[in-house]
Structures are given as structure tokens and as C-alpha cells.
Design a binder for this molecule. Sequence first.
Ligand code: HEM
Length: 466
Amino acid sequence: MVFLLLLIGVAVSVVLLSSLLLRWNEVRYSRKQGLPPGTMGWPLFGETTEFLKQGPSFMKARRLRYGSLFRTHILGCPTVVCMDPELNRHMLQSESHGFVPGYPQSMIDILGRNNIAAVHGPLHRAMRGAMLGLVRPAMIQDCLLPKIDAFMRSHLQGWAGTVVDIQDKTKEMALLSALRQIAGITAGPLSNALKTELYTLVLGTISLPINLPGTSYYQGFQARKKLVSMLEQLIAERRSSDHAHDDMLDALLSGNHGTREKLSDEQIIDLIITLIYSGYETMSTTSMMAVKYLSDHPQALEELRKEHIGIRKLKSPEDAIDYKDFKSMTFTRAVIFETLRLATVVNGLLRKTTQDVEMNGYVIPKGWRIYVYTREINYDLFMYHDPITFNPWRWLEKSMEAHPHFMLFGGGGRMCPGKEVGTAEIATFLHYFVTRYRWEEEGRNAILTFPRVEAANGLHIRVHDY
Ligand code: HEM
């Protein structure tokens, strides 16, 4: 009996204490005038657990209750979530009006203080200018596509008769192809060493910033140090050699090829790390999911294969895919965009306010994070008929890429500079994949869709010669 009373006492105290803490947290924030509606959850943790557990349903439930602009506290910061496409577009275009990138501290620390997401104003313009110079159409045509083609030919060699984990293969592809484009690095001890450090670095950027030996953050930071020293060595070798290299590193060191401004070595190193990092997960996930959707939609695969066999027919086997071929791949482009849309490779973008900002009659305080949540646009019934169906043909009907709410690659002054080169790379991967092979999925491969698109235990396919 006493035990039961004690138990009830403890339960009542827990409930009371919890509601007091929740109430205190709400009162603390509601002292600020004009905040959008919403709840802030627990002190310190906010509503992070619910957000991570419920994913997109968390957002949809709050939108239903509070509208498209609401406040919450997730991932360590007071945050305003915006699910209104027009407001999102406006925010991405308003960097100079108080919205700068607001990515987590671990990412900023590990990618370096000059990484493009950490800088704004004139330094951002200089870094972005250099980046755009590296991936402009002439560079894709003359320098990058030949490297991408050579890489894909060798990367996709010898898959017939084996079971491959396409998730592993596309991750490796994104890293190794980038190394080849940046510094002409081909398979060997250097690419292996860089690959190991890059994998560790990526894990560090998505961990809590706890700098203790053994944590992913600590290891990510160590990986960064090793990468920086490898890249410094590479730069020193380039400077002491008379031999010209037709690659991104030479373009950056010389300030030629439209990279416009000459950057410092430190900035070049951070730019290279950012460049690999930015394309890594987006490129690998899109390529993996394209394979998955094509497996599940034979008609789309047939149409895609027809396009690529048509291109190959006009070439000899050793001819590389060139810029004209890439531009003619209209269905392939549609498959890539439809994959990005349906899989929602990018859920949204993070911004931070540099001053109190008024939006839709509310005030977002200085220093708050804004989650420019673009996911739901991908399933908007007005924009996409029957949005949950994989239908690449929809991209051929009207110019969806020009739609003001097309945000698969972001928007405004930070719109992805890698859009075309990334699309060309996935297109070249698909070219060799569908013209060389047919395949079927091996076993059941669970795909997680939130917070990242990921095949929990890999995506295994059995591959045969076509
Ligand atoms: C399917 C492939 C890709 C997708 C879906 C994608 C998506 C995006 C998105 C949504 C942004 C906007 C981020 C923001 O506003 O905060 C972005 C920015 C960026 N992307 Fe991509 N990306 C892809 C491939 C690439 C590739 C291959 C590269 C490198 C060659 C790259 C380099 C960058 C860089 C440097 C930025 C930052 C631009 C800036 O802040 O000015 N991306 N990307």
C-alpha cells in the first residue's frame, strides 16, 4: 500500500514537474513579441525527439494546427519552420535582408571557416564566383565530361554476374569522380587515403559538436586536418612542376578559366572540401534512387534505355559522352529530376536571421534559425498531378524547371552551382549502367526516407550483361 502511494506520488511529481518545465519554456519564449504560433517543447531539447521520430508528419501536423509558418525548437535552436512555397522562395532571395545560411556548428567547424555555407557578402561572392567558373558549360564540355566519362567506364566495369550494393557504389562514385575532376586523381593509394578521410569527415559534420576523443565530431576534425595536409602537399607539388594539368585545381591556382579572383591557398582548400562535400550525398542518393525507381518502373527504364542506345549507335564504343550528347538526353534529365522530387533528396535548407525580421506579420528574432522546408512542394497537387507516382514524362510536358517554386536545387543567390555538372555526371552514370547491364533487386532492401534518404542495409542488385 505504502509502495503504491509512493509510486503515485512519484508519478504525480513527474507530471507536475514536466508540465512546469514545458510551461516555463513556453513563457520564456513568448516574452518575445510577435512570434509565429507554435510550441517550444522541453528546455534545451525542445521538440527534437518528436521531430526526428515523426519526420514529415511532425511538420504536416503543425502546419494543420498553426499554418505554414510556425515556431518550434529543434536540433538545439529556436526555429521557425516555413512551409509556404512563395515565402520560401522570397527568403532564399533575401540574403541581404537578414537571412544567411544557418547550418549546424559541426558542419561549419569541419568544412572550414571559408566554406561557402559559412561565408556571406563579398567573400561569398568571391568563392561562388570561383566555383561557378569551375563548372561553367565550357568547362563541363572541354574538361569535366571527358574525365567523368573515363571515370564511369572504369567504375562500372566488371559488375556483370555479381551482386552489388548500389548504395556503396554510388557513394564511392560521387567521391572518386569528384577527385578526378578536381585534381585528376585516379584509383590508387592517394585516392584510397583521401576517400577514407572524406568518409570520416562527412560523419563528423552530421554529429553533435562534442570535441572528445572517440566522438564522430573529433574524428571528423582529425580527418579534416589530414585532408588539409594532403591538399597542401598537392598544391606544393603543382607549384614546383612545370607540367600543366587541365583540372579544377590548376584553374584555381592560376585564377584562369573564369574563376575570376585568385583565392588564397586556405580558401582553395576549403573550396575543394566544400565542393566534394556538397555533391557527395546529393549525387550518390539521387543515382541510387534513380536505379531503384527504374527497377520498379520498367516502362521508364525502356524509354531511358532507348535514349541511350540511340546515342551509342551514333558513336564508336570508345567515343566518350560529349556535351551535345548530354544536352540531347531529355528523358534522362526528366528521370533525374523526377527522382530528386519523389525521393526528396533535399528536405529543406537552413537559414539564420542576422537581425529581427518581419515576415507575414510576425517577427522572427535575430539569431533564430529558419527551416526553409521545401519537401511538401514536391507533393503539391497543383504543381504535380498524381504526385506520389514516379512519372518522368511530366517533366517533358511543360517547362517545370522554370516554375518559380522549382527548388530542388535551392534558389536565389545560393542556388546550386553544381546543378548542370551534377546532372551530367548522373546522366553519364545512367548511360553506362543501362547500356551495359540489366539487373534485378536482390532480396528486400528497406529504404529510409527521413531525415536522410538511405538504404539501411544497402541496396543490393544482381547484375547481368545487357
Ligand atoms: C543532384 C545533385 C545536387 C543537388 C540536389 C544539390 C542541391 C543543392 C541545394 C538545394 C543547394 C542550396 C543550399 C542552400 O541554399 O543552403 C545547393 C548548394 C550548393 N551545391 Fe549543390 N546539389 C547537387 C549537386 C552538387 C554538386 C555536384 C556540386 C559540386 C560540383 C554542388 C555544389 C554546391 C555548392 C558549392 C553549393 C553552395 C552554393 C552557395 O552557397 O552559394 N552541388 N545544392
